[in-house]
Design a binder for this molecule. Structure first.
Ligand SMILES: Nc1ncnc2c1ncn2[C@@H]1O[C@H](COP(=O)(O)OP(=O)(O)OP(=O)(O)O)[C@@H](O)[C@H]1O
Ligand SMILES: [Mg+2]
Length: 263
């Protein structure tokens, strides 16, 4: 048997939830995206493997934002509340995925990651074993312990971390915009789309501070992190999740609505 191609798909909280409406899921979008993943998984047979990660959207960011603005840090109550909220979102997605025939197994990062001297340290052996046995690990942005207390690990960070550890060549970020622009297209109607670029080119004209701020940093941080972690030979696709079959197209071709950033 040929070696299976492994891809990471991060379903952005921006696309599976209404980011400005507390704990509101975009049910139809979430169901459709897991169906597209399931189609890809079934059609690929043994030749492809996929790790699915989801973000927090309005199940994660507002809770963390609230307690950080009140206390300056994540306290125990906030940790528990965020963990519970993320589990709720994960449970619903997991059920949709299983109903669509995608054999996902939920793995909350708080049980295998910690932050030590500002760096995430994750024990992904179980995730890798499940993946190579043909199952689909489903993990997510979460609250985790750190040497200082409690912190957030974003779905984006997890995507990069797992890509580095498993030497994965492709990450698909599914999000609520139709690609990468030279500035935030939501606040700048004149923003120009970048269809394909290297990460060095991207970081040349997009500063990290230009990113829309959610607790995990938005689009520019998403891309910058891969650079910080030293990823090489990774193709990153930024894909709109609102267009039917677009995720499936991105998984099976280079012909999709979105952008490609090469590392
Ligand atoms: N240069 C840019 N190009 C495209 N989008 C940008 C850019 N700069 C900022 N953005 C913003 O980044 C947002 C996507 O990042 P965001 O963190 O909100 O989504 P996500 O990662 O899908 O959600 P979550 O963090 O909940 O998983 C877009 O909605 C867009 O407004
Ligand atoms: Mg984000």
């Amino acid at each position: 048997m040929e070696k299976a191609v492994v891809k990471i798909v991060k379903l952005g909280g921006s696309v599976i939830t209404f980011k400005d409406k507390f704990k509101a899921l975009r049910t139809d979008v979430a169901k459709r995206l897991v169906s597209e993943l399931s189609r890809y998984y079934k059609e690929s047979g043994e030749s492809a493997r996929v790790v699915v990660i989801h973000g927090g959207g309005s199940y994660g960011h507002p809770i963390v934002k609230d307690c950080v603005s009140k206390y300056g840090f994540i306290d125990r109550d906030c940790y528990v509340e965020t963990a519970d909220s993320m589990d709720t979102l994960n449970y619903v997605l997991k059920k949709y995925a299983l109903a669509a025939g995608l054999p996902v197994v939920s793995l909350p990062p708080r049980s295998f990651c910690t932050i030590s001297s500002k760096n995430p340290v994750c024990h992904i052996e179980a995730l890798a074993t499940l993946l190579y046995k043909g199952l689909v690990p489903l993990t997510y942005g979460d609250v985790i312990t750190s040497d200082k207390g409690f912190e957030v690990i974003s779905g984006d960070t997890l995507a990069w971390y797992i890509a580095r550890e498993l030497r994965i060549g492709e990450i698909v970020f599914v999000t609520d915009v139709d690609g990468l622009y030279d500035s935030d297209p939501k606040t700048n109607p004149g923003a120009k789309k970048i269809s394909r670029a290297s990460i060095d080119e991207v970081l040349g004209f997009l500063s990290i501070s230009s990113s829309k701020v959610d607790v995990t940093g938005g689009m520019v941080r998403k891309l910058y992190e891969g650079r910080v972690l030293g990823l090489r030979n990774v193709k990153v696709k930024i894909v709109s999740g609102f267009i039917e079959n677009n995720l499936y197209s991105a998984l099976t071709s280079d012909n999709f609505v979105g952008s490609v950033v090469c590392y």
